[in-house]
Design a protein around this ligand. Structure first.
Ligand code: GCW
Length: 651
């Protein structure tokens, strides 16, 4: 009974018509009015229910890419052609997107195909329903899962072209492969399949021991090899189109092949062999670092470059966009240009672990297109995004966080789309197609990421976060006994001379992991981009910046610009009231107020703390801190509930 009530509740909360954000960007009002002819499939049903334009014919065209489509208008009829039902479905969603964003009137001649074959969400969902780094409630898959909610999730993904999903946390419990769990995996796979989405699982490398009761998980051990083969067979019996495994091995305490003196390649290849007969793949993460290295930013490269070319062809190395860990801004991971003979995929983080959780408006398309401007999409086999989806009414915790889910899908389909295009499309479908609203809010969204970088960690600063929750600033944190690479001073290196991590040739030499001419460019303090300055250099407080200011003054100005940017977002939003329904208007306004307060908190904590090293005044022409350092250092962050608007402010 309880189960039934909870399921009913979840369905209702995700389907209610109240303006709670539950409809995402699918806000189709009223029934469809068009004549839909041709192939009978899900695409036809979606159009039948929601398309309000002229007649449409759906037809087969075997010459098109498996997931591609062609849309053309002729003599008042729109024809969608594709070689598969999924192609037709993507074509249908394209049309509906044009309709909802107010762009369906012109004659159409569109040919599309995805840039990446695999466009995958990674859910860090645990079997007990909690989500690691999730800020939007509990998992939609693992506890009291509702078929209807999962179906809506599938539809949202398909509408932006996402075609894969890893259902569980990379910190994987062996139980992810238990018979019980696999039953649920089958149920989910059956719901997702009509939407073109395959399921994948994260696996724990020690599963043969913890689940199979073997005495080892050594990838060379015959019993271990057999255990995995049997397990894979069992999975494919349930889910014939199962995508494969995602593995976090020998990273942050997770087991892996190195526990037995074997390499990452040996571990990955053993799993890849088991999956090969079924066309499954292994996505092997490169997120590794140890406490003993002189520079965490160099470690993944050092560990994986010697293995280049040693992986089987159904292994893809999954590499985080930056060399450290999803910081608000990082240079790209040099593995992307270093590896020459190994399939690679990028891992982006949609959930805002380091970008204000579900409280801050930070549109991430600009960060991701910045990445694609340096890492060629053609060099990647696939793309993954760490999901921000939970069972909260609006799915993502912040109405604008939905835009990041949307943007990930759109860029995974076409990484050359601009942040402006994506923001405008999403705003038009989600809020209003009013011209003023669209242009004002597109600007706001596109600038939001830089604003957040400015008030948190400008000029290449990184990892100034408090240990554990990664929400607020604690640049001073260095409790005795804590691993140095888990404390902010390891990264910022503030002292009487200046600020920043010397990764030049005279420092840790991380610059040499980049190809020329980038290596030289980053190595020279005069040519290094301002945005990466303290990432690569220990910058003297009086260093002359390109702006003409000293480095210290520039730092103060960046923090100040961040706070101004956050205030401006609030003011701009306040002016949008007439374009937005009252519920979502109030929700977003409430979050923006938190964001402004947090921005001041970041500026004050960081500047006041760094000032104890710089001994320089905060420039007259900017707002001065409203807190004092001691007060900031006494704040105790109680972030058990990210919905709590006072988080970060309780003592
Ligand atoms: O960013 C860190 C997170 C961990 C995460 C890890 C990873 C899933 O703080 O929560 O664990 O990265 O990516 O493996």
């Amino acid at each position: 009974m309880r189960q039934l009530l909870i399921t009913l509740f979840l369905v209702l909360t995700h389907t209610a018509t109240a303006e709670d954000g539950s409809r995402l960007w699918h806000r189709f009002e009223g029934a469809g009015t068009a004549s839909i002819q041709g192939v009978k499939c899900l695409a036809a049903r979606e159009l039948q229910s929601n398309w309000k334009g002229g007649p449409i014919v759906l037809q087969r065209n075997g010459g098109l890419h498996r997931e591609g489509y062609h849309i053309a208008t002729s003599k008042g009829i729109i024809r969608i052609s594709a070689s598969t039902d999924i192609g037709l479905l993507y074509g249908a969603y394209h049309l509906l997107r044009l309709q909802q964003s107010g762009n369906a009137h012109q004659a159409l001649n569109i040919t599309e195909r995805p840039a990446f074959a695999r466009r995958i969400l990674n859910h860090w969902d645990n079997p007990d329903g909690t989500i690691e780094r999730g800020y939007s409630g509990h998992s939609i898959f693992w506890e009291n899962a509702s078929t209807e909610v999962i179906r809506q999730y599938a539809r949202a993904n398909a509408s932006v072209g996402i075609n894969g999903t890893v259902l569980n946390n990379v910190n994987a419990k062996p139980e992810a492969l238990s018979r019980e769990t696999l039953k649920q995996v089958k149920t989910i796979a059956d719901i997702l399949r009509p939407y073109g989405i395959r399921v994948y699982l994260s696996v724990n490398f020690a599963s043969p021991m913890r689940l199979g009761r073997l005495s080892t998980a050594d990838p060379r051990d015959k019993n271990v090899i057999r255990w995995w083969q049997e397990k894979v067979k069992e999975i494919y019996r349930q889910v014939p189109d199962f995508g494969g495994f995602l593995v976090k091995a020998n990273s942050e305490g997770e087991p892996g092949p190195c526990d037995y003196g074997r390499s990452h390649a040996e571990g990955a290849n053993m799993l890849a062999r088991a999956l090969k007969p079924y066309h499954g793949i292994v996505m092997w993460r490169t997120f590794v670092y140890s406490a003993n290295d002189d520079d965490r930013a160099k470690q993944a490269y050092k560990e994986f470059m010697p293995l280049d070319g040693k992986f089987l062809d159904n292994v893809i190395l999954q590499i985080k966009n930056g060399p450290i860990d999803f910081q608000p801004r990082e240079p790209y991971s040099p593995l992307f240009t270093g590896l020459k003979s190994t399939p690679m995929m990028a891992e982006l983080q949609i959930t805002q672990e380091y970008l204000g959780a579900a409280n801050h408006l930070a549109f991430l398309a600009p960060m991701w297109t910045e990445f694609f401007s340096l890492v060629k999409p053609q060099s990647l086999r696939a793309i993954a995004g760490v999901a921000n989806v939970g069972n909260n009414q609006n799915w993502c915790g912040h109405h604008f966080a939905q835009a990041n889910w949307y943007a990930f899908g759109r860029l995974a389909w076409n990484p050359t789309l601009t942040p402006e295009t994506i923001a405008r499309e999403w705003l038009g479908q989600t809020f209003s197609t009013n011209h003023d609203f669209l242009s004002t809010m597109t600007d706001l969204m596109v600038q939001s990421h830089e604003t957040v970088v400015n008030y948190m960690m400008p000029l290449g600063l990184h990892h100034l976060f408090a240990l554990g929750h990664h929400y607020g600033p604690q640049p001073w944190y260095a409790a005795p006994g804590t691993r140095p690479d888990w404390t902010p001073p390891y990264y910022h290196r503030a002292d009487a001379q200046g600020l920043g991590f010397n990764r030049t040739r005279k420092g840790s030499d991380a610059v040499s992991q980049y190809p020329q001419p980038l290596a030289d460019r980053y190595d020279n303090i005069l040519t290094c981009p301002d945005s990466y300055l303290t990432w690569f250099h220990h910058v003297p407080w009086d260093h002359q910046m390109k702006s003409g200011r000293t480095f210290w003054d520039e730092l103060c100005h960046k923090y100040s610009a961040g706070v101004d940017g956050a205030r401006k977002m609030l003011t701009v939003w306040d002016g949008m009231e007439s374009h937005v329904d009252a519920d979502r208007f109030a929700d977003v306004q409430h979050k923006l107020r938190i964001q402004v307060r947090d921005a001041e908190w970041w500026r004050d904590a960081c500047l006041l703390y760094f000032q104890t090293f710089s001994h320089r005044p905060i420039p007259q022409d900017m707002d001065h801190p409203v807190h004092d350092l001691n007060e900031m250092m006494q704040f105790r962050l109680d972030i058990t509930n990210y919905e709590n608007p006072t988080c970060g402010y309780s003592r």
